[in-house]
Write a protein that binds this ligand. Sequence first.
Ligand SMILES: [Zn+2]
Length: 460
Amino acid sequence: MRWTWLWLATALAVASPALAQDAPHQPQARQIFERLISFRSAAGHGQVPAMADYIAETLRAGGVPAEDIVVLPHEETAGLIVRLPGRDPAARPILFSGHMDVVDARPEDWERDPFRLVEENGYFFGRGVLDNKAGVTAMVSTILRMRADGFRPRRTLVFGFVGDEETAFGTTRLIAAHDWVRNAEYAINTDAGGGALGPDGQPMIYLVQGAEKTYTTFRLTATNPGGHSSRPRADNAIYDLARALLRIEQHRFPVMANALTRAYLGAFGRIMPGETGSALRAFAADPQDEAAANVLFADPEFVGTTRTTCIATRLDAGHAENALPQRATALVNCRIFPDVPVESVRETLVEVISNPAIRVETTGTPQMSPVSEPREDVMAAIARSIHGRHGGVPISPYLESGGTDGLIYRTAGIPTWASSGIFIRNEEMFAHGLNERIPVASFYQAVDHVHDLASDLGGR
Ligand SMILES: [Zn+2]
């Protein structure tokens, strides 16, 4: 999960979340959460299959028939799929998705044991409390509640538990291709989206992820015959590479926009003061407004929603302080606007560098994905759930900088919206980092949010 939103100086006055009353599922959800946090489900530790077994066992004990649970082993990890069959066999299923794996955490670096759920001062601490074990807990809790209540959805609900979202998406691909999922009408991802709280703890905006940029890293290499540094030649790999990077720094990729990004920038424009606010409103109204685009270009929070960006992130050159460099390499990390081919960005970089001696290679296998334009019934169900707890908060779709399971589902033809019930302050975003935490109230709201959506959308 990669969330990006800004810290706003002004807060909107909206209703406080209603206190949960009569919520017997909460202690159960907390217990499941505690158990899930205890699995060190990071790559290399091989604990995801045990975590999947625990979830499967919990669901069987809660009355889910064994034939509606499938574990998908994959290398050292595993995926898990669970279905609640619908009443209407003609209706296409809905997929809910969350990921069981986490980015590793070193206990010696943390103030508290990252693999033990700690509740302190209104927060839950632990690796994965935010990314994405609250979402996984919400899915398990929802299935158990529906079973206990005897709820039978009209549409089949399928719950996909991914085992390697943070590294490879291997289990995501298995889930997307599975018979129960392939025909899904759309997916709700619990791993992104969510609400931003202002400095005073008031909700300011709620975001639904509808698209992701293509994460791509290019390697630039300059080579040279080298030699002794006491006998310098006119050409030099480090100077050649440096010039190439300065040209990339000067280059601006063209402004781009779609209905989703315009809605997002417009929503922020309505709640942001000052020059940025007016630029956002102007850009949302007319993406060709150059003055507005220039203001947003200078703003790290918004530039990524207005165009492809490429930035140098690593350098490596030379082999001795008294030798002419034979090789200089740099990594340039790009976040490519949806629907722009990776190869066209590589070609643009080659053109911008305009030195055929510099090699520009694509690293890894970038995953492009289509945009999921907001769908009315899904956005309405999200609004009903969110406004039930945070009345009046503005809701907007957004373009993620890239890297969730939504990439895989969208590419497989399943439109996907990420909608987590978690509201946090920007400065509380410690996913992947140290001392990851989540407000206790947010956890229970996230649990209810999945139940709300599954009951609402499943009944349609
Ligand atoms: Zn995540």
